[in-house]
Design a protein around this ligand. Structure first.
Ligand code: SAH
Length: 448
């Protein structure tokens, strides 16, 4: 099925794809992140100690609190720790597998900027930018298509909780052209200029990013936000908590609360049919913020993550060294993650914006022209090992059995983006008003 990509987007794609830049290949590198200690695999006991004292003091903690502490505790959190960039990564993400991924998202952003009426200011806002590779690939597309952007002034805004990753992003995106803020409570904690000459700022939370027409990107960000877990029991919904195992005091275990909690009374839908549900309330709040900004200032959000549409139950898991890892063992030494419930995100957007998707990564990338891009790169590449890598990264991103169907794309757009422009007043002749530009990547437009 041919994608519903507008003619203008196709022009953009062919313009990006014709002048073939030398292939910068990254598939052999794993995402070097956040898990292992530099000298080996010894778990750090401090996080476990911190959690057990907390539980001893105040009782079992919610899974959301557990996840928040383990991942983003300012001292020992998994994403915050100093040694997160050891030689053995814990997992790999699409932008790290191939530059094609970020290039196609760059084309999507330009297409939505055009669909939004080519405003004079364009803020590119990325939530959880990891190593900065996605932003870097997007900015390269912006440079190649500078003439399309015309006089628009473009700025980059990165929302990142990890000081260590923010330094790495700064290195990758600005070389040495960035500086930390003087005071700790500044909303912008680092600022600089990208190697392509754009202003870039770092924030701890979305609230601090200035208002204005913005395209928001969140790739593997929502899955890292804390979830609450709820279990249906004979007595009704109960919250799953983390407690100390009474038989082995340095071990943790899951328990179910004997009575409802505030979260179990407010976060589970009245008509819920599953027996076990995970709700990411923090993700819901971020979606509400995004929806408000997009409806007030224009723009779009593109969210890509593994997830489901309100069907899955227990998806909470850990990853360490590319292997599944028990979420309660050696907390702080492994990544914790849960599938994103897109039906919940749609509900939280509450009609303030149009929600598109989720569509699978395979569908989205194919609609964006990944096959054409691969062919162009292969045509211009004689080296057999690079050709092999190109094909295998394409396969990794799109194969339904690999990342192709596990990952999904979801978008928020202002209602005005998909409504037909009004006919100019006083026009007597019967003339059809032009259809809005189709949204690239999403083959079917669904309104919610
Ligand atoms: N988008 C990147 C990295 C994904 S890992 C990629 O796909 O390669 C998750 C990222 O989100 C990391 O950069 C992590 O530090 C950041 N992060 C996690 N929780 C966060 C929070 N609450 N606020 C801001 N950033 C967060």
């Amino acid at each position: 099925m041919r994608p519903l990509v507008g003619a203008k987007t196709q022009q953009l794609i062919s313009r990006v794809f014709t002048p073939v830049s030398p292939v910068r290949w990254r598939a052999a590198q794993t995402r070097r992140s956040c898990g292992s200690s530099p000298n080996g695999e010894k778990p750090r006991p401090s996080m476990l100690r911190h959690l057990t004292s907390k539980i001893k003091a105040t009782g079992p903690i919610s899974v959301a609190e557990y996840m928040r502490e383990v991942l983003t505790n300012p001292v020992t959190g998994y994403y915050v720790r100093n040694n997160m960039l050891g030689p053995d990564g814990d997992f790999i993400t699409s932008p790290e597998i191939s530059q094609i991924f970020g290039e196609l998202l760059g084309v999507w952003i330009l297409s939505e900027w055009m669909g939004g009426g080519r405003p004079k200011q364009l803020q590119l806002v990325e939530l959880g930018p990891g190593k900065g590779s996605l932003a870097s690939d997007v900015l390269r597309v912006f440079s190649q298509l500078r003439s399309v952007l015309g006089e628009a002034s473009v700025s980059l805004h990165l929302v990142e909780v990890s000081p260590v990753l923010s330094r790495l992003q700064a290195q990758n995106l600005t070389g040495n052209y960035s500086q930390e803020a003087g005071a700790e409570d500044e909303p912008i904690y680092r600022r600089g200029e990208t190697t392509t000459g754009l202003p870039v700022s770092w924030y701890r939370c979305l609230d601090d990013v200035p208002a204005g027409f913005s395209i928001f990107l969140a790739h593997e960000f929502f899955d890292a936000l804390p979830i609450h877990k709820f279990q249906r029991t004979e007595k009704g919904w109960r919250e799953v908590m983390v407690d100390i195992d009474p038989e082995t005091p340095d071990r943790l275990r899951f328990v179910v609360t004997p009575s409802p909690t505030l979260a179990s009374s407010t976060l589970v839908q009245a008509d819920e049919r599953r027996d076990h549900v995970e709700v990411c309330a923090e993700g819901g709040v971020i979606i509400q913020q995004l929806a408000r900004r997009i409806s007030e200032d224009g723009g779009a959000a593109l969210i890509a993550d593994y997830g489901h549409d309100g069907t899955k139950t227990d998806t909470f898991r850990g990853f360490k060294g590319h292997q599944l890892h028990d979420v309660l063992v050696s907390p702080g030494s492994a990544d914790l993650t849960a599938d994103v419930d897109f039906s919940y995100l749609r509900r939280m957007a509450a009609g303030g914006v149009v929600c598109l998707g989720p569509v699978t990564q395979r569908t989205f990338l194919k609609n964006m022209g990944i096959d054409t891009r691969l062919q162009v790169l292969l045509r211009n590449c004689a080296d057999p090992s690079t050709r092999k890598q190109l094909i295998s990264s394409y396969d990794m991103l799109t194969n339904p059995a690999k990342m192709g169907e596990r990952f999904h794309f979801f978008s928020l757009l202002p209602h005005s983006r998909l409504s037909k422009p009004k006919k100019p007043e006083g026009l007597k002749m019967e003339k059809k008003s032009p259809a809005p530009l189709p949204v690239a990547g999403f083959s079917e437009l669904s309104f919610s």
